[in-house]
Design a protein around this ligand. Structure first.
Ligand code: HEC
Length: 196
């Protein structure tokens, strides 16, 4: 038989745990809801161009994010290998973010201009051609498939409603910018914009 006092102290314990846990929730979560404009002010991130944005979609649909993270942690070893560590300011235009928790290949957060366009072409066509020990799959079809650009303007409008500052002019010319480009052209435009 549980005594009345016992049941009472169990309830007090449960309620105190909830009270303490909600305090930490308030302290960690609430400030973030109000610091967004600060983030935007301190950020050097640029919105993706229409072509880069199309490339980002290909990056997601081809599953590149399954092997590559885009978040350098603030640890000495990571910074030595991948460069500047990622902060909240870097990700203000990332919908969804592509941080990732698994690295079969290297982190790509600061990839930017590390390689030339030609290097990326050769690497995507056949990774073993440039890195003999690579286990990355080849993506030859990216050079055959072409984008129609049909939905890119609409997509930019949606991103604008989430706070990405696209102008009407950028949205109007998005379709022409993307139309008829190969998947590889868009993907490489995206890869070369990382970390800038
Ligand atoms: C099965 C896992 C896997 C997948 C999927 C994958 N990669 Fe990789 N990637 C690797 C590995 C391993 C390396 C390191 C060897 C090399 O450079 O090829 C690498 C290297 C790279 C590099 C060079 C990074 C550097 O800093 O040297 C780039 C760029 C890259 N991958 C882009 C991509 C893109 C774009 C896709 C999707 C089209 C993709 N990867 C899909 C495993 C993967």
């Amino acid at each position: 038989m549980l005594t009345k006092e016992f049941t009472q102290s169990v309830w007090i314990l449960i309620l105190s745990v909830i009270a303490v846990a909600s305090l930490s929730l308030l302290a960690w979560v609430l400030p973030n809801l109000f610091t967004k404009s600060e983030l935007v002010k301190n950020s050097t991130a640029k919105p993706f161009t229409a072509l880069q944005l199309a490339g980002r979609d290909i990056y997601i649909s081809e599953g590149c994010a399954n092997c590559h993270s885009q978040m350098v942690r603030p640890l000495a070893a990571e910074v030595a290998r991948y460069g500047r560590f990622t902060t909240a300011e870097d990700d203000i235009y990332e919908y969804p973010n592509l941080w990732g928790s698994k690295r079969t290949g290297p982190d790509l957060a600061n990839l930017g201009r590390k390689y030339s366009y030609q290097w990326h072409e050769a690497h995507l066509r056949d990774p073993r051609a440039v890195v003999p020990t690579s286990i990355m799959p080849a993506y030859p079809w990216l050079f055959e498939k072409r984008l129609s650009g049909e939905r890119i303007g609409r997509k930019m409008e949606v991103l604008r409603s989430l706070g990405v500052p696209y102008t009407d002019a950028e949205i109007d010319r998005a379709r022409l910018e993307v139309r008829n480009k190969t998947y590889a052209q868009a993907l490489i435009a995206y890869l070369q914009s990382l970390g800038e």
